[in-house]
Design a protein around this ligand. Structure first.
Ligand SMILES: *[C@@H]1O[C@H](CO)[C@@H](O)[C@H](O)[C@H]1NC(C)=O
Ligand SMILES: *[C@@H]1O[C@H](CO)[C@@H](O)[C@H](O)[C@H]1NC(C)=O
Ligand SMILES: *[C@@H]1O[C@H](CO)[C@@H](O)[C@H](O)[C@H]1NC(C)=O
Ligand SMILES: *[C@@H]1O[C@H](CO)[C@@H](O)[C@H](O)[C@H]1NC(C)=O
Ligand SMILES: *[C@@H]1O[C@H](CO)[C@@H](O)[C@H](O)[C@H]1NC(C)=O
Ligand SMILES: *[C@@H]1O[C@H](CO)[C@@H](O)[C@H](O)[C@H]1NC(C)=O
Ligand SMILES: *[C@@H]1O[C@H](CO)[C@@H](O)[C@H](O)[C@H]1NC(C)=O
Length: 611
């Protein structure tokens, strides 16, 4: 998800639920003291089941001495953090009103969660177990028990070997920017790779074990490096990379899930840029994977999903000369909230034009809404319609406006006097220049569920009546997105080694459509209602594009047949690779390749009977 700053400014995009939650967090003074226990209640686990992963209290959980010796081998890099919200609750040595204020102030920012060893961007993944809110429970049950503060591949290796030997659930956290919640789990050892840094650029690159050199500029970066810093570093030498919209997104999770970008329509997905990967395998080996060695792993790590085939400790990907970007914000809105038929006919029409416009080089982020505070009158009225922040590389400033002229004209003549159409042009001298204004500034720190679907030309153009109905259902009263982040660059990508594990539906898609909704924190009823609504809303687009799929890094985590929704016909090959390189399921997450043999029962990971 990438709501750009300009759009936020334009649309004052703050959902009512978020405002309420944020107000609850910031207004709370910390006066109310609750009696809580930091750490997990493990007494009920005293009867060990060999078919489950070890948890504290079971005989197979390592002794303090064994943890100490792991810590020693890590030169003291083993942490046992308290949950971030603990400072806002009374308990043994926990409450600290100054620290609590820091946590509350930071909770809606990516920066806060990425700097903390265990915190994640969306609350529900830690099961709301220690929100920095008065009256909220604070058991810390949703967080890992120990954390390795990884700064080099060797640290991740020691962590994997230890977890494997002792039958401990392992997770990988980088920035915690994961819509599917793979970066936290109860009773686990976390490999926190945020501090896995490093950046080296190359004019040409010879993959290890290959007899040839790839004649393309590239960069090798640590798996924990994030988009903001990567763009900045490359910009200083006049280059850029196919990267994400949010500054906090880290390369490891992004590349392993495919990775879309505003540059994808010309250059392909992030996974298509990769020349080489260094990873720690489930077997605890540090390996280099490329088209000449460990080819299966190389294939799987590029699109097969994070925390499944290993820990990506570094990645080498292509870079490109930075480009001039012309942009327009295109607004087509109406104050008429009653006539949703006309609104969605207009939306279906405009969306049907995006494949052709995409083929001419345009990319960008669009938003579709049935009612929204009108940015043009300080939100005094409510509007419905479409907004797109569009971008075009290295062309004349007029080119983008010319692309839109027939679209505006069609809207004006088909529905005279119904819509207000406005175009705001902008011009940028480099990718970084554009990014500094258009990066993702959506607030975080809520209980947020998203759903998505990839749409190809046929879904967008074959039957506009159906498209209009489907979008109306998908948007369902709030804002949804239609990101034009695929196109020729993705369709014609030539990943090294012939192919990668990216969902084949990406190769036909133009639009990555997403919607998201917040649930009330610590409210299981609200959570169930929101999940049902997200699921129902995605169904409308699933029907419009039944043979497509969804971008696995930004999708509904309980998607039916997620195996094929996220990987299509690649799933069976991915599963075979997973079984071969991780026969004992050292890595497990959901929804992740090969997780079918285990399930989470309360806060334990146990084998599904008979598997
Ligand atoms: C690991 O060792 C360091 C340095 O000796 C120490 O500060 C830290 O508390 C230890 N971690 C754990 C979990 O005991
Ligand atoms: C983790 O390691 C980094 C790099 O050595 C260090 O700066 C940071 O303070 C460590 N974090 C914690 C919580 O120990
Ligand atoms: C919005 O409403 C407020 C309060 O009625 C008014 O002061 C303000 O001028 C209005 N803004 C616009 C742009 O109409
Ligand atoms: C819309 O059409 C009317 C009448 O045909 C014309 O006067 C007006 O300039 C058009 N507006 C836009 C934004 O194209
Ligand atoms: C177009 O979609 C509508 C609504 O789903 C459907 O009723 C109609 O039969 C479809 N038209 C064609 C030609 O398939
Ligand atoms: C939980 O959420 C439901 C559905 O939104 C709401 O009706 C209920 O009042 C909420 N419960 C609490 C305790 O806030
Ligand atoms: C989340 O917390 C609830 C209690 O609030 C508990 O019933 C549930 O089992 C927890 N979920 C997991 C996955 O641990």
């Amino acid at each position: 998800m990438a709501l750009s700053r300009s759009l936020l400014l334009a649309l004052q995009l703050v959902s009512p639920v978020f405002t309420a939650a944020a107000a609850a967090v910031t207004a709370a003074s910390g006066e109310q003291k609750l009696s809580i226990t930091i750490g997990n209640d493990h007494t009920r686990h005293s009867s060990c089941k060999a078919s489950c992963k070890a948890v504290p209290g079971t005989p197979d959980w390592p002794s303090t001495k064994e943890w100490d010796s792991l810590n020693e081998s890590l030169a003291g890099r083993l942490l046992q953090p308290t949950p971030p919200g603990a400072v806002c609750h009374s308990g043994p040595g926990a409450f600290d009103s100054a620290e609590c204020k820091v946590v509350r102030d930071g909770w809606s920012t990516y920066d806060y969660h990425q700097a903390d060893p265990v915190s994640v961007d969306w609350n529900q993944w830690a099961n709301d177990t220690c929100l920095p809110v008065d009256g909220a429970p604070c058991s810390g049950q949703g967080y890992p028990v120990y954390v390795v503060n990884v700064t080099e591949a060797r640290h991740a290796q020691l962590g994997v070997q230890f977890a494997k030997k002792h039958n401990i659930r392992i997770i990988v956290k980088s920035s915690g920017h994961d819509f599917l919640g793979r970066s936290t789990s109860p009773n686990s050892l976390s490999l926190w790779v945020h501090h896995l840094r490093g950046l080296q650029t190359h004019d040409t690159f010879q993959p290890a074990g290959c007899s040839f050199t790839i004649d393309h500029t590239s960069v090798t970066v640590g798996g924990g490096m994030q988009m903001g810093e990567l763009y900045d570093a490359l910009d200083s030498i006049g280059q850029t990379v196919v990267g994400g919209g949010a500054k906090s997104v880290a390369v490891g999770g992004y590349v392993s899930g495919a990775g879309h970008s505003v540059l994808s329509s010309t250059h392909g997905l992030a996974a298509d840029q990769v020349l080489e990967i260094e990873a720690v395998t489930p077997d605890g080996e540090i390996v280099t994977a490329n088209e000449c060695q460990n080819q299966d792993l190389f294939w799987a790590l590029r699109g097969g999903g994070a925390s499944t085939f290993g820990v990506m400790t570094s990645v080498t990907m292509k870079t490109y000369p930075t480009m001039k970007i012309d942009a327009t914000t295109n607004i087509i809105i109406t104050p008429d909230l009653e006539n949703t038929r006309v609104t969605f006919d207009m939306i279906a029409y405009v969306l049907s034009q995006l494949p052709d416009m995409g083929d001419k080089g345009m990319s960008g982020y669009s938003y579709v809404f049935q009612q929204y505070p009108n940015p043009l009158d300080d939100g005094n009225t409510t509007i419905a319609g479409f907004v797109m922040s569009a971008a075009l590389q290295n062309q004349s400033p007029e080119a983008l406006q010319q692309l839109w002229a027939p679209v505006f004209e069609h809207v004006n003549t088909t529905w005279p006097n119904h819509f207000t159409a406005i175009q705001l042009p902008e011009s940028f001298t480099s990718f970084s220049d554009w990014y500094s204004k258009h990066y993702d500034t959506t607030p975080t720190g809520s209980d947020f569920y998203i759903g998505s679907r990839l749409l190809d030309r046929e879904a967008l153009t074959a039957n506009l009546t159906h498209s209009a109905e489907a979008w109306k259902g998908f948007t369902g009263g709030s804002v949804s997105t239609a990101y034009l982040v695929s196109g020729k660059g993705v369709h014609n990508a030539k990943p090294r080694g012939g192919s990668n594990a990216v969902l084949p539906a990406w190769r036909k898609a133009y639009i990555h459509a997403t919607m998201g909704e917040e649930a009330e924190p610590s409210n299981t009823t609200s959570r169930a209602i929101v999940k049902k609504r997200v699921s129902d809303r995605v169904a409308a687009l699933r029907e419009l594009a039944p043979d497509s799929g969804a971008y696995m890094n930004e999708a509904f985590y309980e998607e039916p047949d997620w195996q094929h929704t996220f990987w299509g016909p690649n799933y069976e090959r991915l599963l075979a690779i997973k079984r071969r390189i991780d026969p004992h399921d050292v890595f497990w997450c959901t929804p992740c390749v090969g997780n079918e043999r285990w399930e989470q029962v309360d806060d334990r990971l146990c084998r599904v009977n008979g598997r």
